[in-house]
Ligand binder design. Structure first.
Ligand SMILES: Nc1ncnc2c1ncn2[C@@H]1O[C@H](COP(=O)(O)OP(=O)(O)OP(=O)(O)O)[C@@H](O)[C@H]1O
Length: 237
């Protein structure tokens, strides 16, 4: 579903933010991406979803290169950044319909999925309100719903649990499991290690722009807790 090959990214005038990263996310995977602040998670994620150019390596979505056919790749992806920038001058429902139009979601699917996920995140009554009146958490919920209504093959999330209340975080985890059991894949960054440990069948740990561990969660962490492993790997230079 997602293949990252020798991905390397340097920002202008800086050192390599990510260096020769290789990773495969398969259908059905909930793949957690963890690392310290500044490790290179957002850089990798932004390249995967086609909003950050890069010179070295390639990234394929469903076998299609994001460099060669970014539109075809983006049609298969939903991306929720860590701080979603929505259109403040639209109402929630106008925004969801805008995304529905972009991804050619049928009227029947749109109505059913908007109701399902808005009810689940308890923002149905606010869909007629302007987004400018939404709290941070409500904006995040709207961004999540907009990602789910087009049934993405690959859902990419950057720190999705930050700012969500416990009930919404629980709902998101339930939905992530449901999505992957229906054949999608998820790649997401998080600093919440116990969530990663419980939710992800695979994890990757990045340090200073380089992948230092990746694979099945049970195999990567062994007898340790993920937190203990993370501390050990991050502290060792
Ligand atoms: N626009 C930019 N210009 C220059 N350097 C950048 C830019 N964005 C990120 N970097 C650098 O690239 C490196 C990786 O940053 P990145 O945002 O990918 O880390 P991260 O793992 O997502 O961190 P965090 O957990 O704090 O969100 C850091 O050294 C950062 O300073």
């Amino acid at each position: 579903m997602l293949t990252i090959k020798h991905f390397t990214k340097s920002y202008k005038g800086g050192k390599k933010a990510v260096n020769d990263l290789n990773l495969v996310v398969e259908q059905g995977d909930i793949y957690g991406f963890i690392g310290h602040n500044g490790a290179g998670k957002t850089t990798t994620i932004r390249a995967v979803v086609g909003v950050l150019d890069f010179e070295e390596g390639d990234i394929e979505i469903d076998g299609i290169s994001i460099k060669k056919d970014p539109v075809a790749c983006k049609a298969r992806i939903a991306y929720i950044p860590d701080n979603p920038d929505l259109y403040d001058h639209l109402t929630g429902i106008q925004y969801l319909n805008f995304i529905g139009d972009l991804f050619s979601v049928s009227k029947a699917d749109r109505e059913q999925l908007i109701k399902k996920y808005s009810d689940a995140f308890q923002i149905t009554v606010h869909l007629g309100d302007m987004i400018s009146s939404y709290s941070h958490g409500m904006k995040q919920k709207l961004a999540i719903i907009s990602a789910l209504i087009h049934k993405p093959k690959l859902l990419v999330l950057d720190e999705p649990f930050v700012g969500l209340d416990p009930k919404a975080a629980h709902m998101l985890k339930t939905i992530m499991v449901e999505l992957c059991s229906n054949g999608s894949a998820i790649f997401f960054s998080t600093h919440v290690l116990d969530v990663a440990e419980k939710l992800c069948n695979k994890i990757a740990i990045i340090k200073g722009g380089q992948l230092i561990a990746h694979g099945k969660t049970e195999e990567v962490k062994g007898e340790n807790s993920l937190e203990a492993l993370f501390m050990e790997l991050i502290d060792n230079d």
